[in-house]
Design a protein around this ligand. Structure first.
Ligand SMILES: [Zn+2]
Length: 556
């Protein structure tokens, strides 16, 4: 029987629609996987494109929607803020996470972005306070997924670092797992559960971490040079304790394999992608960052790291395809920040690069203020370049500087004298008193009410606040430029050079899943990269609604 052409078209549309129309409520897709690569700069994908194999990064580059010009629109490009930004769809002014660690004026000490005294670590070799997302001021994509599905969606996040697992998992995540830095064992916090599930306990007790020790890292793509080793060694300082798993394996590609090995078990044992709603898995791969600080972005080690990761991802995506079917999976790829070139290398190109010493900078600021106020004190208590936390008490009785805006202004001026390009004070940011410039907006986005009195210094480009290696914490392109790419049936494959920001990731996924965006989200839906029936514009693929015509002479 020959079907009329219009009927054929209708049937094809009908049968293709269920796979294409997505909704978290009925598990289309079954699983969303977000890969965050710590310190993976936006230019790496292009730099190594020709050297990537099939099935790894090329899943995004050749078969996905790849945004080549995605930049963070804030200045505090650190790990904790970056992860919070990706999953809340907002900047620090929305989610509150300003740095990895900050000064807590109540506790009078530095605290980390996720440490939580009301919790304990679970599975760790030493008893220590646990972690939770208690400092987040916004919920996350995973939280919205949970809310929308009555808790049916499962949400997990893993990383070598606590902050990079805890912040992406949000408040309602089923679990965040990270490693005990010494042993490499996977651990969590009582915030999520009282003990490790059997599968994690078995993973740890089967000595999977040890398997990655005593290995040689050879460059597969050139002369086979040895680029590193995971032989046990002592720590950085003389007479130090033996270096832990995090230091030894964490700075090699073996760490990515170790993480992906754990991710596979998580998918299998937690039956991700087999539930009644869409599940979310976040994998934040840390090795790139641990190594990148030491050797810089332009080293042969970082090149090999990217190519090894490409192979590891291909293997992992193959597993997902086999296990869940790639038609049922959406993936997204991004990074929490980029990295400055190694100052020693940039200097060879006559760029005005420098390694600065944050300790010396703090001393300089304090002695400048001591001179000004004729009183010796630790005006700046703590400085995580270029962010300085002030001691309120130290300013008491000095030139009317007990007012926070005056005190912060004095510290800012001292910062400039000590060699920074400029500054924004906490009180200025809190009142929204930033100039209507690109720079002003980036610093307005960096504001958090945490940390008491503080000043954010504006660095000069290519100047980093550590004496060895390189760093990331600036509003400059080398720190803000990150990949943003999607893979899955909802996306229109292609290279997109339109404006994109990391805050668009959660907002785009939320829109496609038919759920609310996170509470403070400001990103935009990347409509140019969506398949036509996902676009917000009226689509010819959708049947027109019949127009009701009132019967003539009927009641109007
Ligand atoms: Zn990072």
């Amino acid at each position: 029987m020959r079907l009329p052409r219009f009927l054929l078209v209708t049937l094809v549309l009908l049968f293709s629609l269920p796979a294409a129309f997505a909704s978290a409520y009925n598990a289309h897709p079954k699983l969303v996987v977000v890969i965050v690569i710590d310190q993976f700069r936006g230019d790496y994908l292009e730099r190594y494109r020709d050297q990537f194999g099939d099935g790894g990064f090329r899943m995004f580059l050749d078969h996905g929607a790849n945004f080549t010009d995605c930049n963070y629109d804030y200045a505090n490009t650190r790990t904790a803020p970056g992860h919070a930004t990706l999953f809340t769809g907002s900047y620090t002014s929305g989610h509150g996470i300003v740095a990895n660690e900050w000064w807590d004026p109540q506790k009078k000490k530095r605290v980390t972005s996720v440490e939580d005294d009301s919790t304990k670590l679970v599975g760790a070799s030493k008893a220590a306070p646990g972690a939770s997302p208690h400092n987040l001021m916004s919920d996350t994509l995973g939280d919205e997924l949970k809310l929308a599905t009555g808790g049916k969606a499962r949400v997990f996040a893993i990383s070598l670092k606590d902050r990079a697992a805890v912040l992406p998992a949000g408040f309602s995540g089923d679990a965040a797992y990270w490693i005990d830095q010494k042993t490499g064992d996977w651990i969590t916090s009582t915030y999520y559960r009282a003990d490790l599930p059997d599968w994690v306990r078995n993973f740890n007790s089967s000595h999977r971490a040890e398997k990655y020790l005593n290995r040689e890292w050879r460059d597969k793509d050139s002369a086979g040079n040895i680029l590193g080793s995971t032989a046990p060694r002592t720590g950085a300082n003389k007479d130090a304790e033996p270096a832990g798993f995090y230091q030894i394996v964490g700075s090699t590609p073996f760490a990515n394999d170790y993480q992906l090995e754990f991710a596979k078990e998580l998918v299998l044992y937690e039956k991700l992608g087999a539930g009644p709603a869409t599940d979310l898995l976040v994998i934040s791969l840390s090795a790139n960052d641990i190594l990148g600080h030491q050797v810089g972005p332009d080293s042969p080690q970082m090149r090999s790291m990217a190519l090894e990761l490409d192979r590891s991802l291909a293997e992992f995506f193959g597993f997902l395809g086999h296990q869940i079917g790639m038609a049922n999976v959406w993936m997204a790829l991004s990074a929490d920040h980029g990295i400055a070139p190694l100052p020693d290398f940039a200097k060879t190109l006559r760029l005005p690069a420098a390694n600065l010493d944050a300790k010396v900078l703090r001393e300089q600021i304090n002695s400048l203020l001591a001179k000004k106020f004729a009183k010796k004190a630790d005006y700046v208590l703590d400085l995580d370049y270029p962010l300085a936390w002030l001691d309120k008490q130290a300013f008491a009785g000095t030139l009317g500087a007990k007012d926070e805006s005056v005190a912060e202004g004095e510290v800012g001026e001292a910062m400039k004298q000590a060699g920074l390009a400029g500054y924004f004070t906490q009180s200025q940011l809190a009142r929204g008193e930033t100039p209507a410039t690109e720079t002003g907006r980036r610093y307005a986005h960096s504001y958090s009410p945490e940390g008491g009195w503080y000043v954010i210094g504006i660095p000069y480009p290519f100047q980093v606040g550590i004496t060895k290696g390189t760093d990331h914490v600036s509003p400059f392109s080398y720190d803000t430029h990150v990949p943003l790419a999607f893979y899955g049936l909802a996306f229109q494959p292609g290279t997109y050079r339109t404006h994109a920001e990391p805050v668009d990731l959660a907002v785009t996924l939320a829109s496609l899943l038919g759920i609310n965006a996170p509470t403070a989200a400001t990103g935009r839906v990347l409509t140019e990269a969506l398949q036509p029936h996902h676009s917000t514009a009226p689509s010819s693929a959708q049947p027109a609604m019949p127009v009701a015509t009132p019967p003539s002479g009927g009641i109007q």
